[in-house]
Design a protein around this ligand. Structure first.
Ligand SMILES: Cc1cc2nc3c(=O)[nH]c(=O)nc-3n(C[C@H](O)[C@H](O)[C@H](O)COP(=O)(O)O)c2cc1C
Length: 410
């Protein structure tokens, strides 16, 4: 185990009683080609046969082409009355990761002063009732915003104004002050992605780990075959199982699934087949599902099988600790994002699997067994080396800037 506490701060009082509940994004996976299609999906079996018998362009023409991706979305007009440099900064900020890809941020713009708010329509009450993950996601958004602003020649002065991500609507204020461009490599923002497949089963070496965790104050890395690694896998599977059979969590997951290409184009958020790495024939099948299929026994069983497979081969667990409360969560989200932005160039995949931090009965065990200096575990990340050819481009959709901003008249 490598423990990386760089600073010592105590956990914040009783705030460690995290009651959040997460869902099983991996659970979003549908049947594979070999599983065949359900009879309720009229015409799908025949389609699979045709696709399976075809190859290359012919297969693509018949519906086995890739599903909708970030790159395939039609361009949308920028918001009116906003400086184009700011529009670009906000576009890059929104490339941040978020639970269920809900993109729970909203920005009120007054010149170069921004009010960062939570978007209540993007909350996940069944899996994140305290908005803990929402705050971590907004932290990642703020980090991207700060880095993009720096590269564009602005210093982002950030003030956390709220205290509780559940109660407070406005979370932070940001003022962009002209300054010298930072030279930060924005390709890192464009190229970052969550990777759930292709994890290699060897632990990270110390050099890679040191580079990856440079931005983190408090973390620990446990190789998959260590006692702690095996314990985290056990807790993660148990929590996934519990969550997958919890109807309110599964219903919420279904609501954030964007299975059909038209839905991806219209909504530009949520979990898509391509984003979940369901490609080829399996992707073609899943794109024909409706969201009600996500509630089926078969779908849930398949989801758990995928989780089991994910936990069979990987490098290890990166446990990131941080304080609870809005400021601590935003700080942890920012640090995590800085680390995440280095992952691709280090050949490392990050896969957040935070269900064990969220499901009742599991949270206390994780806090008890994996707490440490600097706060409480806030992220459990399956972390592994990945072959360069398996590090695909990012594909999860994002809402255009005009959809998540409002211009305040001065
Ligand atoms: C707070 C948080 C929790 C997440 N939890 C999970 C998870 O449990 N399982 C998973 O597969 N992905 C998880 N993700 C990853 C998101 O699904 C992912 O960021 C989102 O779909 C956008 O995709 P991208 O990261 O490739 O841009 C989480 C992300 C965040 C920010």
């Amino acid at each position: 185990m490598i423990d990386g506490s760089r600073k010592t701060r105590g956990p914040a009082g009783a705030e460690h009683l995290l009651t959040n509940i997460e869902r099983s994004p991996s659970g979003a996976r549908g049947p594979t080609a070999s599983s065949g299609a359900r009879s309720s999906l009229g015409g799908v079996s025949r389609r699979i046969f045709v696709c399976g018998a075809s190859a290359g362009l012919a297969a693509a023409a018949l519906g086995c082409a890739p599903g909708a991706t970030r790159q395939s979305l039609s361009p949308q007009p920028p918001p009116k009355g906003v400086d184009p440099a700011l529009v670009e900064i906000l576009r890059l900020a929104a490339l941040a990761p978020s639970g269920h890809n809900a993109q729970p941020w909203f920005v009120a713009i007054e010149g170069m002063n921004l009010s960062i708010q939570r978007d209540e329509s993007c909350e996940l009450p069944a899996v994140d009732p305290q908005n803990r993950e929402l705050a971590l996601s907004v932290g990642a958004f703020i980090e991207n915003l700060s880095l993009a602003a720096g590269a564009a020649g602005f210093t982002a002065e950030i003030e956390i104004v709220g205290q509780d991500p559940k109660e407070d609507h406005e979370l932070a204020r940001v003022s962009l002050i002209p300054s010298e461009a930072s030279g930060y490599n924005l390709e890192r923002l464009e190229q970052r992605r969550t990777l759930r497949k292709g994890h290699l089963d060897r632990p990270l070496d110390n050099t890679t780990l040191a580079a990856l965790t440079g931005p983190l104050d408090h973390f620990a890395f446990f190789p998959a075959d260590s006692a702690e690694g095996r314990r985290l896998a056990e807790l993660t599977y148990g929590a996934n199982e519990q969550q997958t059979w919890r109807d309110d969590a599964q219903r919420e997951l279904a609501m954030w699934m964007r299975l059909a290409d038209e839905e991806v184009e219209a909504q530009r958020d949520g979990l898509t087949p391509e984003g979940m790495e369901i490609h080829g024939i399996a992707g073609a099948v899943v794109r024909r599902y409706d969201n009600e299929d996500v509630m089926s026994k078969r779908f849930r069983e398949r989801s758990l099988k995928m989780v089991r497979e994910q936990l069979d081969a990987y490098g290890g667990w990166l446990v990131i600790r941080g304080l609870s409360g809005l400021e601590g969560l935003i700080q942890t989200g920012r640090q995590w994002q800085r680390s995440f932005l280095l992952a691709r160039e280090l050949g490392v995949a990050f896969h957040p699997m935070t269900q064990a931090l969220e499901e009742k009965g599991y949270v206390d065990l994780v806090l008890e067994e994996f707490g440490g200096s600097g706060g409480w575990p806030q992220f459990l990340l399956r972390t592994s080396f990945v072959a360069p050819e398996d590090y695909a481009a990012p594909v999860s959709p994002r809402k255009p800037v005009a959809w998540f901003v409002d211009v305040v008249e001065r």
